[in-house]
Design a protein around this ligand. Structure first.
Ligand SMILES: [Zn+2]
Length: 277
């Protein structure tokens, strides 16, 4: 089914410049690189109201039909993220923690595992995922961030940043729900630091992903939101098992190609941004 997506034009979500050059095309959308700050983003993109409907349903209109993002729970993420949480928060007691865009709940489970005395919960717009997480006893609801009334020591957004149409607005909602001295915890790729599309592993998932930040761009974005101190940790994703999977995928697609481990500039980056107490 061909769906006609209505578009709007936006300037750089980080520095608000309109200077840009073409970076990549996918699914009928173009990602551009800001010539001011380096952020990669979709300039001609689905309109905000269509984006929020898509986030709720997990389906995005594209030229080729639809791009389905209703992914299933991935159990390996629980021990993986538990390790990441310990790296940043080990020894911190009784944290109240809200995970925004909690999906199937793996990250909430990871916080529970890493910090047994933390009070961790999550919200996600996708009803199918929330229902499944609740069946497993993971405390996730379909509340929106606007509807959240509590105040938290930590609010996390794990691979959510790229999906957010207006991060200054969204970040403001988060800031208002953090206690003084609280932290925003983010995972997102370093797409804005990559010289070319070829450095990005796999699909860009346009237009589901709207913005690809680099490390300095993220610090600038968080600084504008009033976060003072920012710690970050970059992690490679091009390990040998990943390379083998890419080779197998390319063979299955009928376009075999050699993929080498430890050669890509792509990183997944974790940020802990502290709200001034
Ligand atoms: Zn920019």
């Amino acid at each position: 089914m061909l769906m006609q997506a209505r578009l709007e034009t936006v300037d750089c979500p980080c520095c608000e410049s309109d200077g840009h050059r073409h970076w990549a095309s996918e699914n009928g959308y173009a990602a551009v690189k800001c010539t001011g700050c380096g952020t990669v983003y979709i300039r001609e993109r689905p309109r905000a109201e269509d984006i929020s409907a898509a986030a709720r349903d997990g389906v995005h209109p594209t030229e080729d039909g639809t791009l389905d993002q209703r992914l299933r729970r991935q159990g390996w993420k629980v021990p993986f993220y538990a390790g990441i949480v310990r790296r940043f928060f080990d020894g911190e007691k009784d944290l109240s923690w809200l995970d925004v865009g909690a999906g199937n709940g793996e990250f909430v489970e990871a916080v529970q595992r890493a910090l047994p005395d933390a009070k961790a919960s999550g919200i996600d717009p996708m009803e199918v995922k929330v229902a499944r997480a609740q069946q497993r006893g993971v405390p996730i609801t379909t509340q929106t961030l606007e509807e959240v009334t509590g105040s938290y020591d930590v609010i996390s957004i794990i691979n959510v940043f790229s999906h957010v149409p207006d991060f200054q607005h969204f970040g403001g909602l988060i800031r208002a729900r953090l206690k003084p001295g609280g932290s925003l915890f983010i995972e997102t790729g370093n797409g804005g630091d990559l010289p070319s599309r070829a450095d990005y592993p796999g699909e860009l998932l346009l237009p589901d992903h709207l913005t690809f930040s680099g490390i300095e761009q993220m610090k600038q974005t968080l600084g504008r939101l009033g976060f003072g101190r920012i710690e970050h940790f970059s992690r490679r994703t091009d390990h040998p098992l990943w390379a083998v999977k890419q080779i197998v995928k390319s063979i299955l697609k009928g376009k075999p190609k050699l993929v080498l481990p430890w050669t890509r500039k792509f990183r997944t980056v974790f940020y802990r941004a502290y709200l001034d107490g």
